[in-house]
Design a protein around this ligand. Structure first.
Ligand SMILES: Cc1ncc(COP(=O)(O)O)c(C=O)c1O
Length: 424
């Protein structure tokens, strides 16, 4: 039995009052809080081993390199990826957005003929298709829409069911022989719905398309195995999985990473550089890690990954499911509509809701006055909101440190919203 009360105590930030109430943090989909061990790991790195990695012959540089590569291996283990030297499948990025832009830029470079024969599998031209879903965060939508504009490819999307799930009943129509790239979110950041990715990945591979998974909202909450899922690439951020900001990871099947041309250029990614002819780039992951990396943050993200594995992803999932049960009671309140599946099945504890007649910012302030932190706005997913006929909503989202009582506090507070704003 995991003692989740003791786990909550590992988060110093939660031990405070906001507006005279004990803080209830229900905004983990925006960013998670950090346990003491992650905070310490980052600070201790600076206290004891800070040095540039993969360069310099001095002892600190060697220790720093070991810590950096060990962190990569821990993160790889969390998501079922390879970490052996020469077979690494995890690239360090500045976050999910940076990883997704890296891919879109690299595909654009391949479309210009960069990367030679091997990179042709990523090249796009007019008539080719890029497919996403309407459930995407803007950090998938916009880089791949831009890629379509730059290459002349056609931009298409898989639509949603009424309750906001990515449809899988018309995949043969949307993903065709012309489709070269399919990019879909694993879990909707507004709806909390877990996408049934298996048939989408199968269909993408049937037509020879590259499949990219946005794993931002799945890795922190579910046991995820990229090999088992058979995704070609996946991107996510450390700060949503109890790690630091400013760092994220891009998974790529080894053969995909080897074939992909670089997207960012600079130091530490080149074997040979010349004035008068083309440089020779390093093998992955270094080829994609130009410039000085956020080493302290990567080391701390490795500690976060280890910490999550120590609790057990199945335990985290089961614990958060109890909170989701309670959060879904928001939908029983008169005038409140949940944007996403109402039943606690194939979903996580991210529950967006609309309060009839009350602007989400007013709702957020009313809830905040009771010490409860939720997110308001469009959550960088405007097309999802349009699907529900809205521009913005409120969103509660759980983390491992939440209790059922936290969710109850929100549901109780929500019962008073419409009365307070006199729309009842
Ligand atoms: C589903 C999803 N994808 C991508 C992102 C972008 O992550 P980041 O802002 O950390 O780059 C987010 C963050 O909100 C997200 O929820």
């Amino acid at each position: 039995m995991v003692d989740f009360k003791a786990i909550r105590d590992e988060f110093p930030i939660l031990d405070q009052e906001i507006h005279g109430h004990p803080l209830v943090y229900l905004d983990s989909a925006a960013t998670s809080q950090k346990p003491e061990c992650v905070i310490d790991a980052e600070a201790n790195f600076y206290r004891t081993i800070n040095a540039g990695v993969h360069r310099g012959a001095h002892e600190l540089a060697a220790r720093s390199t070991v810590a950096f590569e060990e962190a990569r291996a821990k993160v790889a283990k969390l998501v079922g990826a390879n970490a052996e030297e020469g077979q690494e499948e995890i690239v360090v990025t500045g976050g999910a957005t940076a990883g997704l832009n890296l891919l879109a830029t690299a595909f654009g470079n391949a479309s210009l003929g960069r990367g030679g024969e091997a990179a042709k599998r990523f090249a796009l031209k007019p008539g080719d298709e890029i497919v996403v879903s309407r459930a995407e965060h803007h950090s998938v939508l916009l880089p791949f829409q831009e890629l379509a504009y730059r290459t002349g490819a056609t931009f298409k999307w898989i639509d949603l069911t009424e309750d906001g799930r990515v449809r899988t009943d018309n995949l043969d129509e949307v993903i065709t022989e012309r489709t070269k790239v399919v990019a879909v979110t694993h879990v909707g950041n507004t709806t909390g719905a877990i996408t049934n990715v298996a048939p989408i990945i199968k269909r993408a591979h049937e037509v020879g398309a590259v499949f990219i998974l946005d794993a931002c909202q799945s890795v922190p909450h579910l046991k995820v195995d990229f090999h088992a899922l058979d995704v070609d690439f996946a991107a996510w951020s450390a700060h949503k999985m109890y790690g630091p900001t400013g760092v994220g990871f891009l998974y790529g099947k080894r053969d995909m990473l080897e074939a992909l041309p670089p997207a960012n250029f600079g130091g530490s990614m080149v074997e040979l550089a010349y004035m008068d002819h083309e440089a020779q780039y390093m093998a992955p992951p270094a080829r994609f890690e130009a410039g000085t990396q956020p080493v302290a943050q990567v080391v701390a993200a490795g500690v976060a990954a280890e910490w999550m594995m120590h609790i057990g992803l199945e335990n985290i999932e089961a614990h958060e499911r109890t909170i989701t049960d309670e959060l879904l009671k928001l939908g029983d309140i008169e005038g409140i509509r949940i944007l996403g599946p109402r039943e606690n099945k194939d979903r996580i504890g991210t529950v967006a809701f609309d309060v009839a007649g009350v602007h989400p910012h007013d709702v957020g302030q009313y809830i905040d006055a009771q010490g409860i932190a939720i997110r308001v706005g469009h959550h960088c997913a405007q097309p999802v909101h349009r699907h529900f006929g809205l521009y913005a909503s409120n969103r509660a989202s759980s983390g491992v440190y939440n209790s059922v009582d936290d969710a109850k506090a929100l549901v109780d507070a929500a019962k008073g919203i419409r009365k307070f704003f006199e729309v009842e």
